[in-house]
Design a protein around this ligand. Structure first.
Ligand code: DGT
Ligand code: MG
Ligand code: MG
Ligand code: MG
Ligand code: MG
Length: 247
């Protein structure tokens, strides 16, 4: 009663439902991780601990939100696919986006000491987030292909770039200049000829990113989440797991 003359303000809250029948992809990305990675001494080009921490936070998100059927991570980002018929929080845009983003961020901070036992956090990290709706299976497959192709392109560039700097004694400006306009075959060749490095031997985690799926354990109804570093662009991944896009 006492509140009733104020309650009209509630009417200013506008509903923000996400279109039904569409797949949802929520992508989170570390805010200013160029700085965060520098300040916390991440190894270049890839810090295994930092990537494992990202995977751990993403696994926690998937364990908490059962409607996430697939996740893909690289660098400071993670993408989560929610099944197209999800009714999570009645498909309220802000509710889904903010809870996933804040839960991921909390898990990242919560697990930090496990992966960086000798480095205390110098300031609190944050992640931005967005949700994009996709209408069909083709666009979902192309979305994940886009992210994994990005992983590969960036990793090849960064691997050669840091080899030129760390082992080749070039400045960062010189290394950028050396790589400007080079095709992928040339980058492979520089690695092999100048640094005796075969790109094929680079860890699949760095080349392919992290794919997180649900797996059924021993025929029981119980599922657990598993991290893979495999190809997601070709048909095989999807043909083996038709359930990912089925519901
Ligand atoms: P943003 O996302 O617009 O707020 O800005 P940034 O700085 O987060 O830029 P972004 O997300 O495009 O690029 C990711 C940054 O994170 C990039 O500067 C390199 C850094 N980073 C990510 N993973 C690693 C790693 O494993 N090792 C190192 N050294 N740096 C990393
Ligand atoms: Mg970022
Ligand atoms: Mg950016
Ligand atoms: Mg990023
Ligand atoms: Mg409340």
């Amino acid at each position: 009663m006492a509140n009733s003359k104020y309650a009209y303000v509630r009417n200013y809250e506008i509903a923000d439902p996400l279109l039904p029948g569409c797949f949802l992809i929520c992508r989170l990305d570390g805010h200013s991780f160029h700085r965060f990675s520098e300040e916390h001494g991440f190894a270049k080009p890839n810090d295994e601990r930092a990537l494992q921490l990202m995977d751990h936070a993403a696994k926690d998100v998937m364990s908490e939100y059962k409607d996430i059927v697939l996740a893909f991570g690289e660098s400071d980002e993670f993408s989560f696919l929610l099944r197209k018929s999800t009714n999570l929080y009645n498909r309220r845009h802000a509710k889904i986006l903010t809870t996933l983003t804040s839960y991921f961020t909390s898990c990242y901070v919560f697990h930090w000491p496990k992966y960086f036992p000798d480095t205390s956090m110098r300031y609190p990290p944050s992640f931005d987030g967005r949700i994009v709706l996709y209408p069909d299976e083709r666009s979902i497959r192309d979305y994940f292909a886009w992210r994994q192709a990005d992983t590969h392109i960036n990793n090849l560039y960064n691997t050669v770039f840091w080899a030129l700097v760390q082992q080749g004694g070039k400045t960062t400006t010189e290394a950028h200049a050396t790589l400007r306009g080079t095709v992928s075959a040339t980058k492979h060749e520089i690695l092999f000829k100048e640094f005796n490095m075969n790109y094929n031997d680079v860890s699949p985690r760095f080349k392919k990113g992290s794919i997180i799926i649900r797996q059924v354990r021993g025929g029981k109804a119980k599922t657990h989440v598993a991290v893979l570093h495999c190809d997601i662009i070709g048909d095989e991944f999807w043909a083996e797991r038709p359930y990912i896009l089925a519901s």
